[in-house]
Design a protein around this ligand. Structure first.
Ligand code: ATP
Ligand code: MG
Length: 427
């Protein structure tokens, strides 16, 4: 027998019982972004490989070992996008959206990284990204945080996430810090975990967020990034923190917060939760003022964040927030019995949909006797079954059974059924 076909490991189907929660979450996010003036941009899920190597950085985890890269039929190297910022900048440049103007953009969709699948970590996952171009001040950094905070409130998880912030300074000040950190750690090289030893030569700042206990305790004595900040970055950072204070947003300054991608500088932040184990970062972002120019555009300040939707959904589940997902079940089921009534039922359903535009109507189709059709109506979750047999049809009537109340059944003139339902379903 042929082997049963399976999805690619780490790539998930979202089944019908899961999609209502997703749709609700996505709608909340899109509505919130609209309230802050963001415009949606839709981008390809595949880009030339060079785009990611140049923007994310050659020695990052993503580019070194996580990308889905292959040659297409022309022999061109293409990559399934591991994140959205690079493609967004590429599109912005290509279509002249970025120069000399302010843009607030957002996108949503699948991202691909070849990581070890586990709870909150998949090979295809989804992000919502928000990117702002053309604003250099700390006010927009703070506005992004306020947007997130509002979103958490809309979703009902404001008590489950906390904010961590840091400043990475400019690439010059970061360079000076990197030298000091490397000097410090080189003396203690043999006490570092294997990954950090490797990073000491390639991407030493990433050692700061090593999960290894031994490495973390070494770092207590290490030079601090804050002591190397240039004056302008420090001023930007304190401006950012002042805005957060004014808005009453609690935060922790985490000196060890660095981001896994090369393009970040100055403000970085993460929204974290302790409800999801090791995969605790739900939303992460920061400033990337150098990236547009680095990719061939004019110097353009930029800041943004990416929100991991699988982790957000897990958090919504843990927090019990999905109880607010609107009911998707039909409100009304049509059950027809006999040839003539069956012939008329689709028309009746259309008339109901015309008269009551928000109404969710399910026609019970397929064969079966009255009993099995009523069972289907009941299982649909509908409140009312509208029953038409030959008798009702001839009398221009409909029998309405309240499926949620034992023995409640009335007969309603067919012409009045829309009004009758409108009244009953209003509450
Ligand atoms: P982590 O440290 O957990 O690997 P990251 O720094 O690689 O995260 P980013 O590149 O900043 O993550 O992506 C932003 C967000 O996208 C993360 O905070 C997370 O919510 C989500 N995310 C990243 N990688 C995955 C993945 N493999 N599966 C599910 N969600 C992910
Ligand atoms: Mg990662």
């Amino acid at each position: 027998m042929a082997k049963r076909l399976q999805a690619v490991r780490g790539m998930n189907d979202l089944l019908p019982e899961q999609t209502p929660g997703w749709q609700w979450m996505e709608r909340c996010i899109a509505d919130t972004l609209r309230r802050y003036g963001y415009d949606e941009i839709r981008l390809p899920i595949m880009e030339p490989t060079a785009l990611f190597a140049r923007s994310i950085g050659e020695v990052t985890d993503i580019v070194e070992k996580e990308m889905y890269t292959f040659e297409d039929r022309n022999g061109d190297s293409v990559t399934l996008r591991p994140e959205g910022t690079a493609g967004c900048v590429r599109a912005g440049e290509q279509h002249g959206l970025l120069y000399n103007q302010v843009r607030r953009l957002w996108y949503m969709g699948p991202m691909f990284r070849h990581e070890r699948p586990q709870k909150g970590r998949y090979r295809q996952f989804h992000q919502v990204g928000a990117e702002v171009f053309g604003l250099a001040g700390p006010d927009i950094d703070a506005e992004l945080i306020l947007l997130c905070a509002r979103l958490w409130k809309e979703l009902g998880i404001q008590d489950h996430v906390t904010l961590q912030v840091n400043s990475l300074g400019t690439s010059a000040s970061r360079g000076r810090y990197r030298d000091a950190l490397v000097a410090f750690l080189t003396k203690r090289r043999s006490d570092l975990d294997a990954d950090s030893q490797r990073r000491l030569d390639t991407n030493p700042l990433r050692i700061l967020d090593s999960k290894d206990g031994g490495t973390q305790s070494l770092l207590v004595e290490a030079p601090q990034l804050a002591d190397f900040l240039d004056a302008e970055s420090a001023e930007h950072f304190y401006g950012f923190l002042r805005y957060l204070d004014q808005a009453g947003i609690p935060y922790t300054v985490n000196q060890r917060l660095v981001r896994g991608l090369d393009y970040y500088g100055r403000t970085v932040f993460e929204w974290v939760t302790d409800s999801l184990g090791a995969q605790g970062t739900v939303c992460a972002g920061g400033r990337y003022d150098g990236l547009v120019e680095h990719l061939g555009g004019k110097p353009t300040p930029a800041v943004g964040f990416a929100l991991g939707l699988e982790r957000l959904l897990l958090l919504l589940e843990t927090a019990g927030a999905l109880s607010r997902v609107p009911d998707r079940a039909p409100q009304v089921c049509l059950v027809a019995l006999g040839e003539a009534a069956e012939a008329a039922r689709l028309t009746l359903a259309e008339r109901l949909r015309d008269d009551l535009p928000g109404l969710r109507v399910l026609s019970v189709l397929g064969g079966g006797g009255m009993k099995s059709r009523m069972k289907k109506a009941d299982q649909s979750g509908a409140r009312f079954a509208l029953i038409q047999g030959e008798d009702e049809l001839h009398g221009d009537q409909i029998t309405v059974r309240d499926l949620r109340r034992e023995g409640a059944q009335v007969t309603v003139p067919a012409a009045e059924i829309a009004g009758w339902l409108r009244e009953r379903l209003a509450d």
